[in-house]
Design a binder for this molecule. Structure first.
Ligand code: SF4
Length: 362
């Protein structure tokens, strides 16, 4: 199943240069790129991932993680095979390091993906599990179809994409969670086989040039990217370059793939990181992959009242008011809560899902 790829051109020596991600693979006839799923077939670059998923799941949107975008709803989640990064700690390595022909992936069209979301009462779809950048042609077509039918589209990505492809990839995307894996190029180079600079460029571009709702995840790996000085720098950079309303999630690592000799992240590391980021002025900072009700709860940035309590994926909108257009505010003091709290799709039984008790304000 070869689909014509975009973002490439032939080089003078006859090889093809893929310009989709900053890896810029040069491919001779018959060669596939680092990501496995883009290939030179007879002088044309093709995507082997178009229409091929590794299966679908209906997840809590908080699992992506997104805490300020349609909280309390389910999101239809899926990925393909391959990846353009080489993270030694990959937590989805069975998919990201797989070749498509080793996976039982059924062909599906963008319209069928959206049909499935609607049938499962999911107001949004997530392109996740492996990085959707490498199957951008499919992601673009799904997001276009979803927007036409009132379903929201989410990218869960490492943000490793070129200037050339960014605008088209994000044109119909509503929200993204971007993995900021560390704040040193040394970590990116040695542990992920990529570079920090293009990720920071993507984050700035999303915030400045688009209306995409943005949240950021930092997976903390003991001894590799959890130094307090690095956490402070990361949080200060977010505040200065992206603003203090971008939610930041510090999540726990578990031993996996090529890093089975490193212990799990202690919850105290995440709690300390959360405090450092809040001290740096960020308004919405969370811990993840651990049981931590305080670290999962959204509080009003003005009066500190709990607004949305989270205990794993149990969501209680204890102090949120939702007004017209899905604008959120604190019930206690009226301060605006950044995010998108509206629900664009009605379930087949005519009832709204998610934060139904407070939807529409009072
Ligand atoms: S998208 Fe894949 S083929 Fe293209 S440059 Fe990146 S890793 Fe290489």
């Amino acid at each position: 199943m070869s689909y014509p790829a975009r973002w490439w051109h032939p080089e003078p020596d006859g090889k093809l240069l893929c310009t989709l991600c900053p890896r810029y693979c040069r491919l001779g006839d018959g060669q596939a790129g680092f990501c496995y799923i883009r290939k030179n077939e007879g002088g044309e670059l093709v995507s082997l991932g178009y229409g091929r998923t590794t299966g679908f799941a209906s997840d809590p949107i908080e699992k992506k993680p997104l805490n300020h975008f349609l909280p309390g709803t389910s999101i239809l989640s899926f990925g393909t095979a391959g990846c353009n990064l080489g993270c030694k700690f990959c937590q989805n390595w069975d998919m990201s390091k797989a070749r498509l022909d080793t996976l039982a992936s059924a062909p599906v069209t963008p319209a069928e993906v959206v049909d499935l979301a609607v049938a499962q009462s999911c107001p949004s779809v997530a392109m996740t599990y492996n990085d959707p950048v490498i199957w951008a042609e499919f992601a673009v077509d799904i997001a276009k179809e979803a927007r036409a039918r009132g379903v929201r589209s989410v990218l869960v990505t490492a943000g490793y994409v070129t200037d050339e492809a960014r605008a088209e990839l994000y044109e119909n995307i509503d929200a993204a969670n971007v993995d900021l894996k560390a704040f040193t190029d040394d970590f990116y180079h040695k542990v992920t086989f990529s570079h920090l600079g293009p990720v920071l460029e993507t984050l700035k571009w999303i915030k400045r040039e688009t209306k995409v709702w943005l949240e950021i995840t930092n997976l903390m790996i003991p001894g590799l990217n959890d130094a307090e000085s690095e956490t402070k720098q990361l949080a200060e950079w977010i505040g200065a370059e992206l603003g203090d309303e971008v939610p930041l999630h510090f999540t726990a690592f578990h031993p996996d793939f090529k890093m089975r000799d490193i212990p799990r992240t202690p919850p105290s590391t995440l709690t300390r990181a959360r405090q450092l980021a809040r001290d740096a002025g960020l308004k919405y900072v969370y811990t993840g992959n651990v049981h931590d009700r305080d670290g999962g709860t959204t509080c009003c940035p003005r009066c500190a009242a709990p607004v949305i309590e989270r205990d794993w994926y149990a969501i209680r909108p204890v102090g949120l008011r939702v007004g017209a257009g899905g604008v959120g505010s604190c019930r206690a003091c009226g301060a605006r809560i950044a995010g998108h709290f509206d629900l664009p799709v009605r379930a087949s039984d005519g009832r709204r899902r998610g934060l139904g008790l407070v939807y529409g304000g009072d």
